[in-house]
Structure formats: C-alpha cells, structure tokens
Design a protein around this ligand. Structure first.
Ligand SMILES: [Zn+2]
Length: 67
C-alpha cells in the first residue's frame, strides 16, 4: 500500500500541507482528505485563500499541524 494519501475527491496526490489545512479547517481527526483545489471548491473560496491560510498558520508557529 502506498504511503502517501490521495484526495478523496479528485484522487490527486496530497502534500503534508494539504492534509494539515484539511484537518485545521474541516476535521482534526480526519482520515480522508481533499487537496487544496477541492477544499477551496468545497468551502467556496479560492485556492490562493487556502494557501494564504497555510502560510499564516505556519508563520504563527503555534499550530502543531504545521511544523
Ligand atoms: Zn482534489
């Protein structure tokens, strides 16, 4: 079995950031994830908005999902 996760919507390969932001925005205990594109569509916002959030959470250094 592959050791990387794929998006449950489009099947695209997920990066650690994709998983972290999904947990942050949707469900901290999630076992299935959306990629940034699908997450943005679900939330009705733009991919850039999600990426900005990722940068924000990483810059704060307080979220254990972004290390
Ligand atoms: Zn996707």
């Amino acid at each position: 079995m592959a050791n990387h996760k794929t998006c449950m919507e489009c099947g695209g390969e997920l990066l650690a950031d994709d998983i972290a932001i999904h947990r942050k925005l949707i469900n901290r205990g999630a076992e299935e994830f959306f990629c940034i594109d699908c997450l943005a569509r679900k939330l009705g916002c733009k991919r850039e908005d999600i990426q900005r959030l990722i940068e924000y959470y990483r810059s704060t250094g307080t979220c254990t999902l972004f290390v």
